[in-house]
Design a protein around this ligand. Structure first.
Ligand code: GDP
Length: 323
């Protein structure tokens, strides 16, 4: 294998910020390349620095506009920025999709910005599996901030939240968002609220509705938290209010570090990730032994009433562990 193709060399080049190496590594994790394990191992010691920021909200609320102006604002601060646009409705990945995302082309020639779209439809385990690996690549590539945005239909909103250090929930006036947000349980997970389209009538009303809803939930689970999610009004289309958003991102990052919340969230995230990978491996091994007699034999005994399905499952777990 040519030297420039070894995983260690790719990781080295990614760490120097070479876009092609970053893209190649993301493809490898996304395609579950046979070298995935090698990639994960090579990345491990170079990660943990980036602030992962999830953007969520109903379609049309202004997520991609906000992402683009946030990239500009963070670049002005000299930060290296990654963008993962996750599309749960599309089977197409890579650069092609971004052709449609005209706003992002403002950043296409900036070497301090890595933009990648990931399609998760049809991927085993969806977001929970591929996206954290891609985040690690961008983290290792020296991104100070990685913005994770859901494009297309928003089924995976909550999943994006579970990946982030800081979650931005976007709302806009007149979209009935408040009620939708409450339904989706998204209010509890927001670290920062952005009321976008503040140039439209009703923005102040949206802020008031939000304050009211938050006050109702204040005695809830998050009541003991010393972080109170700020509500920021923006006009993303004109870049207005974006500095307030970057200030809030900094404040939240500092609070996360001070309070230990960052480590707590990352611990939970790593636990969930290990669990997901383990389940995947167990599934794969069951697939491997399907051709053998273990599972059909156990099933026969369950059908015959000799064995209950729980004991049979214990037996299968033992067999799989030993394999
Ligand atoms: P997404 O689906 O959440 O990613 O939303 P987009 O960023 O694609 O924005 C949806 C539409 O809202 C686009 O036509 C934007 O130009 C428009 N838009 C975004 N921000 C603003 C804003 O602050 N004010 C107004 N009036 N329109 C906006």
């Amino acid at each position: 294998m040519a030297r420039h193709n070894t995983v260690d060399d790719l990781v080295g080049r990614a760490r120097e910020g070479e876009p092609r190496a970053v893209a190649r590594l993301i493809s490898m994790v996304e395609d579950a390349s046979p070298r995935l394990r090698e990639v994960a191992a090579a990345l491990a010691s170079h990660t943990g620095r980036a602030q992962v920021v999830g953007l969520t909200g109903s379609p049309g609320v202004g997520k991609s506009t906000t992402t683009s102006v946030l990239v500009s604002a963070l670049r002005k601060q000299g930060k290296r920025v990654g963008v993962l646009a996750v599309d749960p409705s599309s089977p197409f990945s890579g650069g092609a999709l971004l052709g449609d995302r005209v706003r992002m082309q403002d950043h296409a020639t900036d070497s301090g910005v890595f933009i990648r779209s990931m399609a998760t439809r049809g991927h085993l385990g969806g977001l929970s599996w591929a996206t954290p690996q891609a985040l690690r690549v961008l983290d290792a590539a020296g991104c100070d901030v990685v913005l994770v945005e859901t494009v297309g239909v928003g089924q995976s909103e909550i999943e994006v939240v579970s990946l982030a250090d800081t979650t931005l929930v976007l709302l806009a006036p007149g979209m009935g968002d408040g009620i939708q947000a409450a339904k989706a349980g998204i209010l509890e997970v927001a670290d920062i609220f952005v009321v976008n389209k503040a140039d439209r009538d009703g923005a102040s009303q949206t802020v008031r509705d939000l304050r009211y809803m938050l006050s109702l939930g204040e005695r809830g689970a998050k009541g003991d938290s010393s972080w109170k999610a700020p509500i920021i009004k923006t006009v993303a289309a004109r870049g207005e209010g974006i500095e307030d958003v970057t200030d809030a991102l900094d404040e939240h990052r500092d609070w996360m570090n001070r309070s230990g919340e960052r480590d707590r969230r990352r611990q939970l995230r790593a636990e969930a990730e290990i669990e997901a990978i383990t389940l995947e491996q167990v599934r794969a091994r069951i697939g491997d032994i399907r051709g053998q007699s273990t599972l059909p034999e156990l099933a026969k005994r369950v059908v015959a009433g000799e064995l209950d399905p729980y004991t049979a499952a214990d037996d299968l777990v033992d067999t799989v562990s030993a394999s």
